[in-house]
Each structure stands twice: as C-alpha cells, then as structure tokens.
Design a protein around this ligand. Structure first.
Ligand code: GLY
Length: 329
C-alpha cells in the first residue's frame, strides 16, 4: 500500500487501502451508495457497527438538488449531528454529490472518499472539488472542501464494465498529455488490455496531486486539468439535455481531440493524439459547434465573454488561459 500526502489528508492506494478506513469517534456514520456499489462494493468494506445506508440512483442525471434533498433528509431524519461521518462509496457522482451534501449539512460534517471507478480514483476523488449539476450545466453549484481521507482500491475496477473503465481512462490520458511525456509513451506503446493498472493509477494520482498542491483553488496551475474539458463539458451537457447521456470520459476524449486541434503543436503530434484516441475508444458523434455554443457561453471559466482553454504546448506540457471568442472557434 502507498500513501500520497495531499494538503491535509492522505490518499491510500493499494489492495489493503480499505484497512485505513477510520470510523472511530463519530456519533453517526452513513454510507452513500448507488444500486451498483451497494451490490458490488459495500460488502468489501471492513465491518463496523451502527451505520445507515443511503442509496441513490446511479447516473449523472441524478447529480442534482433533488437527490441532495433526499440525502439531507436521510441525515436529518436519522438525527445526524455535526460529529458524524459520510462515507462516499462510488464513482464521480457519488463522491462529488456526497462530498457536497456532507460539506453543507449543518455547515459541514466529515466525509471519506472511497472511489470505485477509474475516473473517481484518478480524478474526481482527488483535490476537493465537490458539487452538482444545475439547469443542465455540469458542476454549476459546488465548493472546494477536502475529505478526511481517500481510499483507492484498484480491486474495485473488476466490478466495472469495459466502457466505464475506458471512460475513466480519459483522465489518465489527459494527465499524460498535460504533464508527463513518459506516461504518454507508455500508454501509446502498451495495449490497453495489458496495462499495469496499479502503476498507472499511482502515477496518475501523483500527477494530479502535485498540481493540486501547487494550486488548490484553480487560480493558475490547476487550470491545466481542464484540458479537454471545455469542449468536453459542453458535449456532455448537450447529450444530457438531449436525454441520451454519454459517459464523462467519452465527452472528454472528444474534447481532447477538439482542443488538441486548437493547440499550437506540430501536425504530427495532433495526428498521433487523435489516432491514439480514435483507435482505442469508441466515441459518440461529435455535435456541431453551433449546438455546443449555448453551453460554451455558460462555461464557468469564461473571461469577459471569451472561452478559456487549457491547450498543449507539446505532448507533456500545457498552457492555461488561452482565450477565444466564439467567432474564433
Ligand atoms: N477535474 C479537474 C480538477 O479537479 O481540477
């Protein structure tokens, strides 16, 4: 088991990481699950007494204030006090929304992230970004707040369908492209099916954690993590509004292809990135830019009406605050 120190909490990674689940001293404990993590993951937690289970429906379409109301009601009806703990057992939706509910319930109770998807392990559970979607816009309402700990057990990946694994892998690809050319070389020279997941997860979390430590509140360096996500979030929101949601990672792959096109890098590098993504992952149809404009114009990162992109300087390096007007896209 490896420990990565983040600002005021530890990320434990490995097949014994759940042994670091510390529930001592809390007056009440709840475990937030969806139907999948209740079935596949709950029984893998260490045994302890006196907890309640709060079950919500899986899927981005439930990451909203209605589900938060349900979670807050469960905590209230079960008389959860300030000295209570919420354990978020699931993917990005559970972690983001559970963390948001915990951080706002009675002005904040402790929470622990136990990510069960690759996306949540290498991205969503790290760095304290919490929130929900609002009026069709991704993560429009939220806050920064750190968990007590993050426990990453790669064994949970065995419970995932291939499409979910490949979706989460988009964040690994992003981490390589924005800051680690060696990781990119490894990814592009190793067939997906024989990747060393333990090592990949560790490297990916280290990359993200180093960026977070340098800029926890996304004033500068952390903006690099938005590579692929400006178009990506617009594409994801477009499909969500259409009533045919796609996975976050799928949208991010499409976003990375579009944002690679905007990046000032050689044509061969653009082709290498595009070919790698298209030959390894099945993607939905990329919407017309005109259909994405309403979402781009509402992007949280916009500055004076311009769309703010993080773009590649080269493979393994990224620049921030590249502003484009709608007409320049
Ligand atoms: N997922 C991007 C970030 O945590 O900043």
């Amino acid at each position: 088991m490896k420990e990565i120190a983040s600002s005021d909490y530890s990320i434990w990674i490995g097949e014994n990481s759940l042994s670091k689940l510390d529930v001592s001293g809390y007056s009440k404990i709840a475990i937030l699950v969806d139907e999948n993590t209740k079935r596949d993951c709950l029984h893998k937690l260490p045994k302890f007494n006196d907890f309640i289970i709060i079950e919500i429906k899986s899927g981005e379409e439930h990451k909203n204030i209605t589900t938060c109301n349900f979670i807050w009601e469960e905590l209230t009806n079960n008389h959860f006090e300030r000295n209570s703990l919420l354990i978020n057992l699931g993917g990005g939706v559970i972690g983001d929304m559970g963390g948001f509910c915990a951080s706002t319930y009675k002005r904040g109770i402790d929470f622990i992230q136990i990510p069960t998807t690759l996306l949540a392990m290498v991205d969503a559970s790290i760095g304290g970004k919490l929130g929900i979607d609002f009026n069709g816009l991704k993560n429009q309402i939220g806050l920064f707040n750190n968990p007590k700990s993050v426990l990453v057990n790669p064994k949970f990946l065995k419970t995932l369908h291939d499409n979910k694994l490949k979706s989460g892998f988009a964040e690994v690809v992003k981490h390589a492209l924005i800051s680690d050319n060696n990781l990119w070389e490894e990814l592009t020279s190793t067939p997906f099916d024989i990747l060393d997941w333990g090592a990949i997860i560790l490297t990916s979390i280290q990359i993200k954690n180093n960026i977070i430590l340098s800029d926890p509140f996304e004033k500068k360096n952390r903006k690099k993590l938005n590579f692929g996500h400006t178009f990506g979030h617009a594409i994801e929101s477009y499909y969500l509004e259409k009533g045919t949601p796609i996975l976050h990672g799928e949208a991010v792959y499409m976003g990375m292809i579009l944002e690679t096109e905007l990046s000032p890098i050689p044509k061969e590098d653009k082709n290498e990135i595009k070919n790698y993504i298209l030959s390894n992952f099945t993607l939905a149809h990329t919407p017309k830019k005109s259909n994405l404009l309403p979402f781009l114009m509402n992007d949280k990162k916009n500055v004076q009406g311009k769309i703010n992109f993080s773009l590649l300087n080269e493979i393994g390096d990224c620049s921030i605050d590249n502003l484009f007007s709608i007409n320049e896209l």
